[in-house]
Design a protein around this ligand. Structure first.
Ligand code: C2E
Ligand code: MG
Ligand code: MG
Length: 842
């Protein structure tokens, strides 16, 4: 049937059509038709078809009229003639037959001239009908309305009967001879063509009767008709009586009926599908057109075949400049061959690749983009296409770099800060381990710096710090690190040291630098420093321990009278085994009910109302008091007991939230912190268990994660976060700004909220660098449509600064310290009263 989707009228037209002028005698037309063996003739006047006369019209004639044979065809033809253009699709040809109830259609060329005629049989002949005819019997299709005439009847009588009974043939009975014959439309045409019509009917009848039994397959009848080149068979009962006639017309009607039904159904289905796919195509085109991401499609060889307007915006190439060129037109030359090899390998095996790529614009600029390449597979290799979707991430990179520089460098001295130092320390230790070398940490603290600050003022103090930073930096070799940890505290990381003497020579260089005077307020001043040092691997192998030991050694130097240096020694430190003791106590803390939760409100600064509450873990040791979570949580992580502890935290927090709900306290979500270890170990189970146990709705829970949860394995993290999101649990990214701060994952992961780390809030609004940092984070969160909340808000000024800059969710001592459950209700009421008062005054 699919073949018909492409067949048009021109393909099945019978070309050698018969035509005649309107004024020729009907007998003449009949002769032409008989000779040509066609069933129709077109009537033409001045090259225009004005009518059609067909075999079936023979039944309309009055054969008693002596002038009949001379009458012009014009008087009997059918008008108007139904015509269709050559390009008419197959389905529409069938519709035309149906609609106009005709057996012939005239086909017109594009210029209006006549190409030919299509009869219904031409349409049916397109079909493979053999199989169908085999399944049908004569009995199902023949015409049961058997019209019979006597052998002596007149032609006119017979024609009238045929017309009245709508029959194309009648049975003729010759009683005298006890025989039957048949008269058909075609026989009437023969009469007209023969010029003599005065014989009795029997003379014109076809005889003897050719019969077929009603139980026979329609196919046998069809073959018989073909064989005898006739159009009618007499149908007999099993007993041999003639019970009706079967014409080619009946067979066609039978086929037509079922065929049309089937075809109509198929055509309407196809039309529907076509319409839908056109609509989809239209939509897809619109989406591609209006996409803000650049979209480019190439063939399997990388030749560009289409681009959208955003492509031109990003790359500078117009569509006509890009289409036909290879996509490597955009290569920046920054990535090596192995980069592309790896990329294409993944596309071919997984069908997709995503990542950051540096490309080149038409004007030569190199820019970073976030690129997704999708392989669009076809049935054959030739059908394979690739689509590249990319966006310019220059701006995002700028944000990222800005945040990194603010997050990793000290603004006053431009030295690395503690975070960057820690990073480098970790790397240095593993390198030293591999190369069997020494590494050293020097803690350098300026002597009596507070005095300088107090007597000469802060700006002179800052000047001293800047100058000290330069002097220390000039004393070390390239590749080593000087960081400022805050105040007047500098920390140096020395790598590739082979002996203690090497380290001492750096120390002596630092002292030489400090021997030169500092010019302050136009006066020469001398500033000294105290140094403490620890050495990997002599004093320890862990970064924190080494830092602590260098710090202890520096204090010892100060105690010993300053302006000197000491290497760490064990006896400087009384309670080295602190950690061991703590470890032992922590193992039993959960069982001994030593953990408690404190709750800290999160408030909307414009309404004063609750947005949420953060649950913070507390460890209360008998006889010792509270231990800070910053201290004990890393140990729990090390011991592998953090998951159990946090499961307790989760259920406790959910239960508490449910209790407040029942008391009618509207405190928003309860936020719970999770460690990266828990995050990667079935967090979803813990969350589900806690929610179920407390019978709490997931929308009242928020999970606080840190960047370390997903730096190593973004894909797994993505799955966990998606599951939580599906459940309705919200995700906040804690301590934002202190970590890796790659913004590409922010758009990929299901994160709702960024929490700006308290360390950035502390010095707002006085410290310009921190203000910039906070503003940058707020802008970025807004551009990524993320919620933003500030931690550690302590003062009215900070509250105002943040609110003015678009961050209205605050958590900090300004509103409330973390409090235990017993104080919570009264704190809640106080906060809500303030909110009400605020509402009234505004
Ligand atoms: P965090 O999640 O960033 O929590 C905020 C910390 O800032 C809390 O310290 C809170 O007491 C403190 N804070 C809040 N407002 C202010 C303020 O205005 N000024 C100052 N200076 N500090 C403020 P806390 O309770 O000592 O907790 C420290 C960290 O311990 C938390 O930082 C969190 O990372 C971690 N932590 C607490 N509970 C859990 C827990 O159940 N699981 C895990 N994995 N970590 C936890
Ligand atoms: Mg937190
Ligand atoms: Mg935090």
């Amino acid at each position: 049937m699919t073949e018909h989707n492409t067949v048009i009228a021109g393909d099945i037209t019978q070309p050698d059509i018969l035509h005649c002028p309107p004024d020729i005698p009907i007998a003449h037309a009949a002769k032409l038709m008989r000779d040509k063996r066609t069933s129709s003739i077109l009537v033409k006047e001045n090259e225009t078809i004005i009518g059609i006369w067909t075999e079936s019209d023979c039944t309309k004639l009055n054969y008693d009229d002596p002038t009949l044979f001379q009458r012009q065809i014009h008087d009997f033809m059918s008008t108007p003639v139904i015509s269709i253009p050559v390009s008419t699709p197959f389905a529409d040809i069938i519709r035309a037959f149906h609609r106009h109830k005709v057996r012939h259609l005239v086909v017109l060329n594009e210029n209006g001239s006549t190409k030919g005629v299509i009869s219904q049989s031409d349409v049916i002949k397109r079909q493979g009908i053999q199989h169908y005819l085999q399944l049908r019997t004569v009995g199902e299709s023949y015409d049961q309305q058997l019209a019979t005439v006597d052998a002596l009847a007149s032609l006119t009588e017979t024609a009238k009967l045929m017309k009245r009974e709508k029959q194309s043939a009648v049975l003729v009975k010759n009683k005298d001879e006890d025989a039957s014959g048949i008269i058909t439309e075609r026989d009437l045409l023969k009469v007209l063509a023969s010029d003599e019509y005065e014989q009795p009917l029997w003379h014109y009848a076809s005889k003897p009767l050719i019969t077929i039994e009603s139980s026979q397959a329609l196919l046998s009848a069809y073959l018989k008709l073909q064989r005898y080149r006739i159009r009618h068979l007499a149908v007999t009962s099993p007993q041999g009586d003639v019970i009706g006639l079967l014409s080619m017309q009946n067979i066609l009607a039978d086929i037509e009926h079922s065929y049309f039904q089937r075809l109509e159904a198929l055509i309407s289905e196809r039309d529907h599908a076509l319409h839908a796919s056109q609509e989809h195509l239209f939509l897809a085109e619109k989406i591609i057109e209006s996409s803000v991401d650049a979209i480019m499609t190439t063939d399997r060889n990388g030749v560009i075949i289409s681009v959208n307007p955003a492509f031109t915006q990003v790359t500078g190439y117009k569509a006509r400049e890009a289409i036909g060129k290879n996509a490597n037109l955009l290569n920046s030359g920054i990535h090596d061959k192995s980069f592309y090899r790896k990329m294409w390998k993944q596309i071919d095996t997984e069908g997709k690749w995503q990542g950051e790529v540096w490309n080149r614009r038409k004007n030569g600029d190199v820019y970073p983009e976030w690129l997704t390449i999708v392989k669009i597979g076809g049935d054959t290799v030739r059908d394979i296409h690739y689509t590249g979707i990319f966006s310019d991430i220059t701006e995002r990179k700028l944000y990222e770099n800005r945040i990194k520089s603010l997050a990793f460098y000290d603004d006053l001295t431009k030295l690395p800060n503690r975070r960057l130092f820690n990073d480098r320390l970790n790397i240095a230790i593993s390198t030293a381990h591999r190369n069997q070398q020494l590494a050293a940490i020097l803690f350098v603290d300026l002597d009596r710096f507070k005095q300088i600050n107090d007597t000469l003022g802060h700006s002179i103090g800052d000047e001293v710090l800047r100058s000290a930073a330069k002097r220390i930096s000039s004393s070390i070799k390239e590749g080593d690190t000087v960081a400022r940890f805050g105040g007047d505290e500098f920390v140096i990381l020395l790598t590739e040291m082979s002996s203690v003497e090497d380290i001492e020579s750096v120390i002596s260089r630092i002292y030489q630098q400090f021997n030169k005077p500092f010019v302050l307020d136009n006066k020469e001043n001398y500033v000294t420093c105290s140094i403490g040092a620890s050495i990997y691997p002599f004093h320890g192998t862990e970064p924190e321990a080494l830092l602590k030991y260098a710090d202890i050694a520096m204090y010892q130097t100060k105690k010993d009278g300053r302006n000197g240096y000491l290497f760490y020694q064990q006896d400087m430190h009384a309670s080295l085994d602190d950690k061991l003791v703590m470890q032992n106590k922590l193992r039993t803390a959960l069982k001994n009910n030593e953990f408690k939760l404190a709750y800290q409100p999160q408030i909307c600064s414009t309404t004063g109302k609750f947005i949420g509450v953060e649950a913070l873990l507390r460890w209360e040791l008998p006889n010792t008091g509270m231990v800070s979570p910053a201290k004990f949580i890393p140990i729990c992580e090390e011991l592998g007991i953090i998951v159990d502890i946090e499961r307790w935290v989760l259920s406790q927090a959910c239960r508490q939230r449910k209790a407040w709900l029942q008391q009618g306290l509207d405190v928003g979500r309860i936020a719970v912190n999770v460690s990266p270890i828990h995050f990667k170990n079935n967090l979803m189970n813990s969350v589900l268990a806690a929610l179920e146990h407390a019978d709490l709705s997931p929308v009242l829970l928020e999970i606080e994660v840190t960047e370390s949860c997903f730096i190593e394995n973004t894909r797994d993290a993505q799955i966990v976060l998606e599951q939580l999101k599906k459940l309705g649990v919200e995700i906040a990214l804690d301590d934002f700004g202190t970590g890796y701060s790659s913004l590409s994952y922010l758009t990929k992961l299901a994160i709702n909220t960024l929490k700006i780390d308290g360390s950035f809030i502390r010095k707002t609004p006085t410290n310009e660098a921190d203000c910039q940092m906070v503003k940058t984070i707020i802008n970025m969160a807004q551009s990524l449509s993320l919620n933003i909340i500030a931690e550690g808000v302590e003062t009215d000024a900070q509250n105002a600064f943040l609110t003015d800059n678009g961050c209205t969710q605050h958590q900090g001592y300004f509103y409330s310290k973390p409090i235990f459950e017993d104080e919570f209700t009264s704190q809640y009421e106080a906060i809500m009263n303030d909110a009400k008062a605020k509402e009234l005054t505004e």
